[in-house]
Ligand binder design. Sequence first.
Ligand SMILES: Nc1nc(=O)c2c([nH]1)NC[C@@H]1CN(c3ccc(C(=O)N[C@@H](CCC(=O)O)C(=O)O)cc3)C=[N+]21
Length: 335
Amino acid sequence: MIDTPQPRTIPGRAILAEVRDTYRDAYAATLQQHGTRMMVVRFAPTTHDTVWAARMEASRVSAEQKVRTFTALGATPDHIVVPDSAGISEIAGIIHRANDDPQVAGIIVQAPPPQPVLALLNEIDPAKDIDALGIFAPRTACATADGVVRVAEPYLPDARIAVVGSSGFVGSGVVTLLRQGGHDPMLFENGDDLRRLRDADVVLSTTGSPWLLTPDHIHPGHRLVVDSGFTPHPDGPRGDLHPDAAAQPQVVTPVPGGIGPVEMAVLAERLLHQRAAPELGAWRFHGLDTQHQTLTTVHDDVDHQLQHRHELQGREPEAQELGYDRNEENGLDLS
Ligand SMILES: Nc1nc(=O)c2c([nH]1)NC[C@@H]1CN(c3ccc(C(=O)N[C@@H](CCC(=O)O)C(=O)O)cc3)C=[N+]21
């Protein structure tokens, strides 16, 4: 009899399903009033560079997940595929037209874009920049970073927290969100000694380097390891954690089925905020229960807020009434 405790995995797909079900009625009400189109622009490789091709493949998988998620909510995705050799003015034209189109609620340009496109990200209308790609976006971090920190939240009190890949697009967002939450994470960059991860209680890995972390770095004392890497491979997508490392910690986010779907759940919420309920607070993950079931209790968080909002207005909540005026001032503190 083997008595090695099995790691418990955070069920990203169940979290996404729960968030989607919770928000569906609010979307249905909103769509009647506003129409909600969601633009996703991704690039297709035209060279034979295999590393670049793999990143474009991750971009394709993720764009298709976004299209599925938005469709399931009743929004209308525009999935635009542009060759990575396209001229800058063509891509600028796509962004500017989406900025000007009142039917478009959100614009996502898949990362990494070809180098010349980077500066264009700052031209996305900040009000539509739901993945916080441009420097003027009102949100602190991209949806992936947001998802990483939300999933980690129940494990953070009193934890020594390590962020691997701390200067990358996702990693830097994770660091910013942690600091806003009063945490002081240990930062790991390319070239740092990853064996120092042993000193951490919680490891948040955002490198996109497949199988970077091994049992040299990850051990059973780690309370939680979050793996936001996703690199397609013929045998199935690979995260930052080698499978032998993924078997070590007390709790881990799997690849696939972990942060990918959680990111979609964050985007679903952000799209709803854009159009319907800008004051609505965020869904939260409350940790795994002892039976190893899902437990975001997002229903409680969101239903409670919708209920509270309607009470302030002296009315019973009804799904068809959730098409809020975005400029409405209601004085709720939902933080
Ligand atoms: N602006 C921008 N934002 C991104 O968030 C972004 C990006 N660019 N560029 C590419 C990476 C990659 N990424 C993934 C998201 C979800 C899954 C996902 O949902 N994966 C499923 C598997 C899906 C399948 O295998 O078909 C899962 O993990 O269960 C994967 C990868 C987001 N990225």
